[in-house]
Design a protein around this ligand. Structure first.
Ligand SMILES: Cc1ncc(COP(=O)(O)O)c(C=O)c1O
Length: 489
């Protein structure tokens, strides 16, 4: 059966399989005094209404459910800005080793030299990749890394007696929503900087916004338009001349790994999303790691503990008089660091640039194959993701980018990101990542080309999509506002 017309059977709830008295495990004979459950939890077993099923029924139920779930191991997942690349299984194997997985966060530091070695190793490799003097792995998400960087900027300005006057953070209009949110969370007011017609930062607008109230510019490079900022060194100099600091949103580091280093471009600090670029799994809200890199002048303010070497020994240093304090419990998401360490060591120095080379190549291949049906927003090669516009279908056929994306679900693909960045009308943001083959990209492009033809010939197919799945078109606003209908992170 053709995958566009095939319908998936609706799953039943585990409760519908329940039969009174059926049991899914062998409970050993009780050898302790029996306690009445109701006296402990206030309810009896029957009042709890737990499903009563056999082990096999339970296994079948969850195995069947897993088959209707969509993930990177099920199919192509071109969700722009999210870098949904394959997370190699060897990472999981390493993270599952008992010596790592069973560490207790309160264990005395002298008993965890191996764990410190992992943390220090990831820090050193990320310093080398980004060109920064120091890294901390503590922040638990990209947004948390942004916020931690701004806290360092704040502490730095306070240390040179400029804390009271530097109240403004500049954020380009194409930035991810977390950028202005992080600035506001740190007590700054936010000023938006426009993007020019070529997709670059508008230098005249930046110049006009710079004065001695500016604490920082938050710049995403490559931008969320999938473009490398050609004026990056000039921009950093302009902000520095005005006494501000420059933060790099490094969520798009996949385009640069092993090829070029933000620390060499003039940035003072940046965040990385290990859960994107360095292949630790993400989605559904965590766990993540928004590691940050910084230049020497920000180092005194690093959150504690700082993992560093003293002679031949690694220590967790809490004795830091100028620290901003703690930003996460213990050492951050330790097992994410084990995964990132494994990934980085598996690539090695010689091959690490393959990440950026192939991610940029794949995005440009998709851009080129689709340009007749979905024109790129800017007329120049892209970096790791391509931003296309479906504006003509909206104007001529009443079909929106969202309709095209929803129809992709009928063809068996996860949709790309839509309507971000907001400055591109009817925008589709496609990030193929480096782990996809040409065959997969060709199949995906063929599907999108076919959908664009459907948009012209039979637009209702798109308006009603998806029509072959268990879940039809969702109310997106409701899904955002009502947490219990929100399935994906
Ligand atoms: C460009 C950009 N910056 C920042 C973030 C925030 O990262 P996180 O979701 O880990 O907080 C994202 C996440 O999608 C992003 O795409």
């Amino acid at each position: 059966m053709n995958r566009r017309t095939q319908t998936v059977p609706e799953p039943s709830l585990i409760y519908s399989k329940s039969k009174a008295g059926r049991i899914g495990c062998n409970v050993p004979t009780c050898d302790t005094p029996e306690v009445d459950l109701a006296s402990v939890v206030g309810e009896t077993r029957s009042e709890l209404k737990l499903p009563e099923v056999s082990e096999l029924d339970l296994l079948r139920h969850f195995t069947n459910l897993s088959h209707i779930n969509y993930g990177i191991e099920t199919g192509f997942y071109p969700l722009g800005s999210c870098t949904m690349k394959y997370n190699p299984k060897i990472n999981e194997k390493a993270a599952g080793l008992a010596g790592f997985a069973q560490l207790h966060p309160l264990q005395p530091v002298e008993t965890i030299p191996g764990a410190l070695e992992i943390l220090h190793g990831v820090q050193s490799m990320l310093c080398e990749i980004t060109g920064f003097d120091a890294i901390t792995l503590q922040p638990l998400a990209g947004a948390h890394g942004e916020m931690t960087c701004l806290m360092l900027v704040k502490a730095y300005h306070a240390s040179i007696g400029e804390g009271d006057k530097r109240k403004v953070v500049l954020v380009p209009d194409s930035a991810h929503g977390t950028n202005p949110a992080s600035a506001a969370r740190c007590g700054y007011s936010v000023k938006s900087i426009p993007t020019d017609a070529d997709g670059n930062t508008d230098l005249a607008a930046l110049e006009a916004a710079l004065d001695d109230t500016v604490a920082a510019l938050m710049l995403t490079n490559p931008s969320t338009l999938g473009l490398f900022e050609p004026n990056i060194e000039k921009i950093c100099k302009m902000v520095h001349d005005a006494g501000g600091q420059v933060f790099c949103d490094g969520a798009n580091m996949n385009a640069m790994v092993g090829t070029t280093r933000p620390g060499d471009h003039g940035f003072d600090c940046m965040h990385l999303n290990l859960h994107k670029t360095f292949s630790t799994p993400h989605g559904g809200g965590g766990p993540g790691c928004g590691a940050i890199g910084l230049q020497k002048h920000l180092e005194p303010f690093l959150p504690v503990p700082v993992i560093r070497s003293v002679g031949d020994t690694l220590i967790a240093d809490y004795d830091r008089p100028h620290t901003i304090g703690k930003v996460a419990a213990f050492y951050g998401q330790f097992l994410m660091e084990v995964r990132a360490y494994t990934y980085l060591r598996a690539y090695g120095r010689e091959r690490i640039a393959d990440i950026s080379r192939y991610s940029v190549l794949n995005a440009n291949y998709v851009r080129e194959r689709l340009k007749e049906v979905l024109p790129p927003a800017h007329d120049r090669p892209c970096m790791h993701e391509c931003i296309l516009t479906a504006e003509k279908y909206k104007k001529e056929h009443g079909v929106r980018a969202l309709d095209i994306s929803k129809r992709l679900i009928d063809y068996g693909y996860h949709p790309p990101t839509n309507y971000f960045p907001l400055i591109v009308p009817e925008c589709l943001m496609i990030e193929p990542t480096e782990t996809e083959s040409k065959d997969t990209l060709d199949d995906f492009c063929d599907a999108l080309i076919a959908i664009c033809h459907e948009a012209v010939e039979n637009s209702d197919l798109l308006h009603d999509a998806p029509s072959t799945r268990i879940v039809g078109r969702l109310d997106e606003t409701l899904a955002v506002k009502q947490l219990d209908v929100r399935w994906n992170g």
